[in-house]
Design a protein around this ligand. Structure first.
Ligand code: C2O
Ligand code: CU
Ligand code: CU
Length: 499
């Protein structure tokens, strides 16, 4: 996606947003708060979740869903929901091949789940809508990591509640390590030269509470914020001492699409996508990330401008731009660091090896409704996949275990509402075969579990469904779309099973 493409799309979105009056006259702007000094507080780094000795089994990692309060603005407390603290959750860090055990406590007064986004995991431990954790209950998933090094994440996935729970603060990173990645000359000291960046946007009421309201407009365009937060902070700074730094970036926003740039105009090297390392670093001056995606980038801190500060700039598809993070380099090595040449070779399944092809149409129904958008939108019933809304009692796609499939995902362009979507599949990492008939750009050519579709686009992906049977979700990762029913279920079955 080139720059002009993003900008023209972005202008369209801003125009649409301007037409519909937002009900948030009282929404707080960071700039309006006199006590707020940008770049005065260091970036928060979520702690690594330490396991404790298991009772004869694997060491146990404990996550507890709690309510709390977090201060985004001095003197204002925002009520939140999170894991093990007031906002977001700890970073989970595991190794390929490791047996892991989680005790997930729900201390909220409502049902929730924990889904490991991007993880290849048995269906009953996937943490989707079929694994609800009732208030006061403990969910105890136990499984083995069968996956290469990657930056994944975790978040709730209870039916109809995903957007609300994530917005309130329930999300964290899930990092997998392996020997191959360890052996590469990449920055890997967590919090020192290997920095997690969870990018989200929020809107607030004047009392500091989140304005998570889903009027018709918010369901269609997503709940889009006018404050950008990184690891739960507005405009933090980070002080770096190493010349080469790796950022593990998650677009953990409910529905925002971002374009990331460095204020110096310098290139960043993209080294990993959702499911792991790319074959080689891809230099880019700007990176577009849709909701749910992760990318890892390398930044050369010695190449920052002399007189001005280096900022990570984040442009929102809805039209706002933010100086999101100030990057200060205080190290004394000013020699340009060496960039690794090759990373990890890929062997995506060959197109000719596919056993089956499916067409998945993401639709915004707006035709044949004389009552205007408002009428049809009550309950968000316009967002569908192949013409259907999510139904937990219905399996939409049945996939034979061990098979390789091509999914042709289409963002229907015939509708009046031209919306981007963010398709995500559970269980697998896929490769993009083509986007509108063209091979994927190099940064999109690696392992992925979430893919952006601009209005009218057609993306073909290929994936192998191995190891596990059971029911998994696929859905738009714009969480307001997901919660409005833009989700389906696929069941992986064994050939001998009768279904
Ligand atoms: Cu990030 Cu179905 O989830
Ligand atoms: Cu997922
Ligand atoms: Cu969508």
């Amino acid at each position: 996606m080139n720059r002009r493409h993003f900008l023209s799309r972005s202008a369209q979105a801003a125009a649409i947003a301007a037409l519909s009056s937002t009900p948030f006259a009282a929404v707080l702007k960071a700039q309006a708060n006199p006590a707020f000094a940008p770049f005065s507080r260091p970036l928060y780094i979520p702690p690594i979740l330490e396991p404790i000795a298991g009772n004869g089994g694997a060491p146990i990692r404990t996550l507890t869903a709690v309510t709390g309060a977090h201060s985004f603005f001095p003197g204002l407390q925002t009520p939140t929901m999170a894991f093990n603290g007031p906002f977001l959750g700890p970073t989970i860090r595991v190794r390929n091949g490791e047996e892991v055990a989680f005790d997930v406590h729900n201390e909220l007064d409502q049902v929730t789940t924990v889904h490991w986004h991007g993880l290849h995991v048995p269906a009953r431990w996937d943490g989707g809508p079929h694994q609800p954790i009732q208030p006061g209950d403990i969910w105890r998933p136990r499984f083995t990591i069968k996956q290469q090094a990657a930056t994944l994440w975790y978040h709730p996935h209870a039916m109809g509640l995903t957007g609300e729970h994530v917005y309130n603060g329930m999300a964290g990173l899930f990092i997998i390590d392996d020997d191959t990645a360890d052996a590469l000359p990449l920055p890997q000291e967590y919090g020192v030269d290997d920095i997690p960046l969870i990018i989200q946007d929020r809107r607030f009421y004047e009392d500091g509470s989140f304005a998570y309201v889903r009027a018709m407009h918010d369901v269609m365009h997503g709940v889009i914020g006018n404050n950008l937060i990184i690891n739960g902070m507005i405009k933090p700074y980070i002080e770096l001492t190493r010349p080469l730094v790796r950022f593990r970036i998650l677009n953990g926003s409910n529905s925002s699409i971002y374009r990331l740039r460095l204020s110096s105009g310098n290139r960043m090297q993209v080294i990993a996508s959702d499911g792991g390392l790319l074959a080689a670093p891809v230099p880019l001056t700007e990176l577009i990330m849709t909701a749910g995606e992760r990318y890892e980038i390398l930044v050369d801190c010695t190449a920052q401008p002399k007189d001005t500060s280096l900022h990570l700039l984040v442009d929102q598809y809805s039209g706002n731009s933010y100086e999101a993070l100030e990057i200060r380099y205080t190290g004394n090595i000013n020699k340009r660091p060496a960039m690794p040449g090759k990373l990890r070779p890929h062997t995506p399944p060959a197109e000719s090896s596919a056993d089956n092809t499916r067409t998945i149409v993401m639709e915004t129904m707006s035709r044949g409704n004389g009552g205007g958008m408002e009428r049809g939108m009550m309950g968000g019933n316009r967002l569908t996949i192949n013409g259907r809304h999510m139904d937990m009692a219905r399996i939409d796609e049945r996939i034979k275990l061990g098979s390789t499939e091509i999914w042709e995902i289409v963002n229907d362009s015939a509708s009046r509402m031209q919306l981007p979507h963010s398709m995500h599949l559970h269980d697998v990492q896929f490769h993009i075969l083509d986007r509108n008939g063209e091979p994927p750009e190099p940064f999109e050519a690696g392992r992925k579990d979430t893919v952006l579709l601009w209005p009218g686009e057609r993306v073909r992906i290929i994936a192998s469904f191995l190891d596990y049977t059971g029911i998994y979700m696929f859905h738009c990762h714009m969480l307001e779309h997901e919660d409005a029913g833009m989700m389906g279920q696929f069941e992986v079955y064994r050939d001998s099973d009768t279904i």
